[in-house]
Ligand binder design. Structure first.
Ligand code: SAM
Length: 275
């Protein structure tokens, strides 16, 4: 009775390990997010296996069924549509339930888009944070970005085609146009593209050719470098949000009051943001 957490490719089907293939061949059951999609991978690998559907909206309920099967002596592999299960994919509830029930959980590591992108980004990789997908609604997304404004570690985000530009525009609004971003698109696939730009340049680059906005994306963002004469980035974020609703003079005065800063300095920052 063992649950194997098996990573599968994120594009290129050759990116599957020998251990992953061996495990998928040996287990009694494979729990998969989308049984039709995983069926194609297994067919490609020449593996005939029983599939069991486990997705986000039925995971808690189906985990109980899988726990019973594991307790009855079956071995089960968990896979997701792409990459490492549990990384923005189902599996957390199942693994937690296994650990609570003393069921052995074994990792079979492999591809993960976040780590693949980080490793080629050229940004510091000694300390990083993984944020996954930002919230879909603008206000919640901007609030999340504001909380990360002085985050010193490299940040990793996942993004989809239809929200990429909105997210980058919000990053520019909250963090300023100079923030360095590496966009890793379609990793391991035919149209793999990895580019590094300031956020404002990246938005222009994507707008120059809308096909560049299509695909699967990881955004790797440079953490905040603190210098002695830095203004608290939270103050700049507040100034920018207020600037949208109020005349610059007023926005600068209120921000100065909140953060104990000089009005004029904030006014100058606001002016350069308007240009
Ligand atoms: N479990 C997966 C992993 O290990 O990376 C992530 C699954 S999550 C539902 C899907 C998101 O991962 C995509 O929207 C995209 O942001 C990112 N992603 C997956 N494959 C990718 C690829 N080949 N290139 C770039 N990003 C990818």
């Amino acid at each position: 009775m063992t649950l194997y957490i098996v990573a599968t490719p994120i594009g290129n089907l050759d990116d599957i390990t020998l251990r992953a293939i061996d495990t998928l061949k040996r287990v009694d059951l494979i729990a998969a997010e989308d049984t039709r999609h995983s069926g194609l991978l297994l067919q490609h690998l020449g593996i005939k296996a029983k599939l069991f559907a486990l997705h986000d909206h039925n995971e808690q309920e189906k985990s109980n069924v899988l726990i019973e099967k594991l307790q009855s002596g079956l071995s089960i592999a968990l896979i997701s549509d792409a990459g490492t299960p549990l990384i923005n994919d189902p599996g957390y509830h199942l693994v937690k339930a296994c650990r609570e029930n003393d069921i052995k959980v074994v990792p079979i590591p492999g591809a993960c888009a976040a780590i693949a992108a980080l490793c080629v980004s050229g940004l510091p990789s000694d300390k990083f944070i993984y944020e996954g997908f930002l919230p879909a609604k603008t206000k919640a997304r901007q609030d999340s970005l504001a909380k990360l404004i002085d985050e010193p570690r490299t940040m990793i985000f996942y993004e989809s085609t239809h929200r990429l530009l909105d997210t980058l525009n919000d990053m520019q609004t909250i963090w300023g146009s100079d923030k360095q971003i590496i966009l890793a698109k379609e990793l391991t696939k035919t149209w793999e593209t990895i580019v590094s730009f300031k956020v404002s340049e990246l938005i222009n680059w994507l707008n120059e050719d809308p096909t560049r906005q299509k695909g699967e994306f990881v955004l790797i963002v440079h953490g905040h470098n603190k210098t002695d004469d830095d203004i608290d980035p939270k103050a700049i974020s507040t100034l920018k949000l207020l600037q949208k609703e109020l005349p610059l003079k007023k926005a600068a005065a209120i921000t100065a009051e909140i953060y104990g800063l000089k009005k004029n300095q904030l006014y100058q920052i606001g002016l350069s943001a308007e240009q």
